[in-house]
Design a protein around this ligand. Structure first.
Ligand code: UDP
Ligand code: MG
Length: 343
């Protein structure tokens, strides 16, 4: 990259962040001022279908700051889809993604850039445990990553955040993964390349409330688990085996009781009832697990775009390099094949 100033893209998804965005932009700008001699900078905000004044704030920011570009999705598609939209439209030689609520401290950008210059393609940030977080959030997050470690082949680092730097090579590789249910933290670690980590202490949210409701958290955890592990499917096999062993034991018990002096009809009925219950439970559980995978296959096969754009700036937004996401009103993210055939 001799003689050429690299372009740094910063991708920030924002959902209902009208209160915090101006402050976030200001803090980010202060940090970027220190690196702009060495890098050209673009900041890509992705409004994830906010119903508050987020889009208006972004229009204002774009009017006053030439580095700002924004995408506005047609509705709320979720954090992972918004991040993907931003990554698809980023043109940088290196891309940093970060939340726009100031929980990911912009001051870490310098450290991320230093690691990139050392030659790393992916720089992850690892959240140090935040004692201010509720016990419930800490506990659920810790158990989730433990389960992921145990169940999946990909080592999803404990507490990896969606605050990371990726080289162009890594971004292009990531955008080739076309799953509908996206768990970017796992997908990035699946890529390989040269990876390093930086620990950080998450700051409290500057304004507004967390958009990760319990439902969204659960759904992200399930996406992570199911897209990185086939082990739950094997659980039905294990349950089946246990049920067979139990039923053989019951059959043996019943056979012995036929010859025993004190035959009890009540005990027999209870055993029968509980074994039917047990079997019913196993069958439903296995069906449920298989159903989760089948549902995901169904959604993947439908091949709907990951997101739709209703507005973007600049309006002459170029076509994304990897999927041919287009930028006119109503343009879509994936799938590339459909997009191209429609073009
Ligand atoms: N976000 C988004 N779409 C959503 C939910 C969240 O783009 O459906 C953005 C949000 O604006 C923030 C980031 O994703 O910049 C992380 O969300 P949040 O801070 O609510 O999650 P938490 O930090 O509480 O886990
Ligand atoms: Mg947050």
């Amino acid at each position: 990259m001799v003689g050429k100033i690299p372009l740094l893209s910063i991708v920030c998804p924002a959902y209902q962040e009208e209160e915090v965005l101006p402050e976030f932009h200001l803090e980010l700008s202060v940090i970027l001022a220190g690196v702009e001699e060495a890098y050209n900078v673009e900041i890509i905000y992705v409004d994830d279908g906010s119903s508050d004044r987020t889009l208006r704030v972004l229009r204002d920011l774009a009017r006053n700051d030439r580095r700002v570009r924004y995408l506005s999705l047609s509705r709320n598609f979720g954090h992972q889809a918004a991040l993907t939209a931003g990554l698809e439209h980023a043109r940088g030689d290196l891309v940093i993604s970060m939340d726009s609520d100031l929980q990911h401290p912009p001051s870490l950008v310098r450290e991320l850039l230093r690691k990139w210059r050392e030659g790393f393609d992916i720089v992850l940030t690892i959240r140090e445990e935040d004692q201010r977080l509720g016990v419930f959030k800490r506990l659920t997050s810790r158990s989730f990553y433990r389960a992921m470690r145990y169940l999946s082949d990909t080592d999803v680092r404990l507490a990896a955040a969606d605050y990371r730097l990726m080289s162009r090579k890594a971004v292009d590789a990531l955008l080739q993964l076309r799953e509908t249910h996206r768990f970017l933290r796992g997908m990035v670690q699946w890529l390989g390349f040269s990876v390093t980590e930086i620990p950080f202490q998450p700051a409290p949210r500057k304004a507004g409330a967390s958009k990760y409701t319990l439902r969204k958290m659960f759904s992200l955890a399930l996406d992570g688990l199911l897209s990185f592990s086939k082990l739950p499917l094997r659980l039905s096999l294990l349950l089946g085996l246990i049920a067979i062993v139990f039923s053989l034991a019951f059959a043996g018990g019943a056979f012995i009781s036929l010859f025993s002096a004190q035959r009890s009809g009540a005990i027999g009925m209870m055993l029968l009832f509980s074994s039917i219950q047990f079997m019913g439970g196993c069958i439903l559980l296995s069906l449920g697990i298989v159903g989760e995978y089948v549902g995901r296959i169904y959604q993947q096969v439908k091949g709907r775009p990951l997101y739709l754009l209703k507005e973007c700036w600049p309006q002459t937004e170029s076509v994304s390099r990897v999927s041919s996401a287009r930028n006119q009103s109503g343009s879509a993210g994936w799938p590339a094949e459909q997009d191209q055939s429609a073009a």
